[in-house]
Design a protein around this ligand. Structure first.
Ligand SMILES: [Mn+2]
Length: 409
């Protein structure tokens, strides 16, 4: 049995103000080709299919076109779980219809563990494997709230909730393979496993909100033969365990991970033993980060022009001379080429302005937590209290977001 593991497509994500649906379309074409060429039997998508809880029509159309193509392919099962970016109810809305195409969608943890167990059948109808399709677990899905609990209590309860959830679903899956001891048990998850590396522009803070817990690997039942994770955007085996993997996002999510090689993972099962192969996803849109003083920036742009590059650029001016005109200089330098400047950072100007007059900062350029930290600073809140206040603040943010989602759902 051949399985493909991917996650974090973030369909519809805009890139510094540009929508790049062609890139998403190119990726889904590639994925479809890989599945057909390699005769893949099962596709796992471990969360964050869409970037937002209300994906646009174009993103939805790409998604359904892909699923439609796959329903006519060799791929016998597609299992899609919701990530923290997805609306569980939006994903699940066409569930009954998709099930006829052997596409299983799990948005929220089910009332019964059966709802999260998918039995994989071979072409001849025999049982080939079992999947525990566990979606992103929200705080309130799994944790009972106690009065006056501390942050530590809360985390402990959250971890305990996650542990129990996996245990229940995996027990149910074990029940399915009782008479087939040689078939693999695959579990999915969208969470932050302890030992995972965060890199680039992942929006680390986002990853903590609502699910502060770093989930230790020993929390997962030993019956799992392969753990297919989503949430972190760089592909990796967690904590050196080769069968606990993040596939990572197949597309770069910002200039910060532009140099990472992006992947989808192929897992060939020999009995219960997974044989893993990383399949490279080519770069559909070149991204370049250029930094230096005026001279260095111009030389690098010239070089890219000579290569007829159509890269998107992020430019970081680090020269010691305050250059107000750096934007015009760069605009002139790329004029008439296919290069596209997405972002210019003028460190000198920024530092001076920040030092001189903090009020002049544009609020839009700061993230929410930074603003909150500024408030703590200005109100002389002792440093020792910051961690707990920040935690409480993030919890409120999470709840607000959840309420927004509910409203949108
Ligand atoms: Mn993600």
């Amino acid at each position: 049995m051949r399985v493909l593991h991917t996650s974090d497509w973030h369909l519809g994500r805009s890139f510094y103000g540009s929508r790049h649906s062609e890139v998403f379309a190119a990726f889904l074409d590639l994925l479809g080709n890989l599945i057909e060429d390699r005769k893949v039997d099962v596709l796992l998508v471990a969360g964050d299919v869409f970037d937002t809880v209300t994906p646009g029509n174009l993103s939805q159309s790409l998604y359904y076109r892909f699923l439609n193509r796959m329903s006519h392919s060799c791929c016998r099962h597609i299992i899609i779980t919701a990530g923290n970016h997805d609306s569980p109810t939006f994903l699940e809305a066409p569930r009954a219809l998709l099930r006829h195409l052997r596409i299983h969608v799990v948005g929220t943890p089910g009332l019964s563990p059966d709802d999260e167990v998918v039995v994989l059948q071979g072409a001849d109808g025999s049982i080939e494997g079992v999947v525990c399709a566990v979606p992103f677990l929200r705080d309130r899905d799994i944790r009972s709230v106690a009065a006056d609990e501390s942050v530590d209590d809360k985390n402990a309860r959250l971890l305990d909730g996650i542990r129990k959830h996996y245990q229940t679903v995996c027990d149910q899956a074990e029940e399915q393979r009782k008479h087939h001891p040689d078939i693999p048990l695959i579990a999915m998850g969208h969470l932050f496993a302890a030992g995972g590396r965060v890199g680039g522009d992942e929006g680390v803070r986002d990853l903590y909100i609502g699910s502060l817990a770093h989930v230790p690997l020993d929390l997962f039942p030993r019956s799992i033969d392969y753990l297919a994770l989503g949430h972190l955007h760089s592909a990796q085996a967690v904590g050196g365990n080769p069968v606990c993997r993040y596939s990572g996002s197949p597309l770069p999510m910002g200039f910060g991970d532009a140099n990472q090689s992006k992947k989808v993972l192929q897992i060939e099962f020999n009995g219960r033993e997974p044989l893993i192969e990383e399949l490279a996803v080519p770069c559909f849109q070149a991204l370049r980060r250029i930094s230096g003083d005026r001279e260095a920036i111009l030389i690098q742009i010239e070089r890219l022009r000579e290569q007829m590059s159509d890269a998107w650029l992020e430019i970081d001016y680090t020269g010691s001379v305050l250059q107000d005109s750096i934007r015009e200089v760069i605009t002139d330098a790329v004029a008439g080429s296919d290069l596209e400047v997405k972002r210019i950072r003028n460190r000198q100007a920024a530092d001076q302005v920040l030092a001189a007059q903090q009020e002049e900062e544009s609020l839009a350029a700061l993230d929410v937590l930074t603003v909150f930290q500024r408030c703590l600073e200005q109100n002389d809140v002792p440093q020792g209290e910051w961690a707990e206040l920040e935690h409480a603040f993030q919890e409120i943010l999470h709840d607000l977001r959840f309420a927004d989602r509910r409203a949108e759902d």
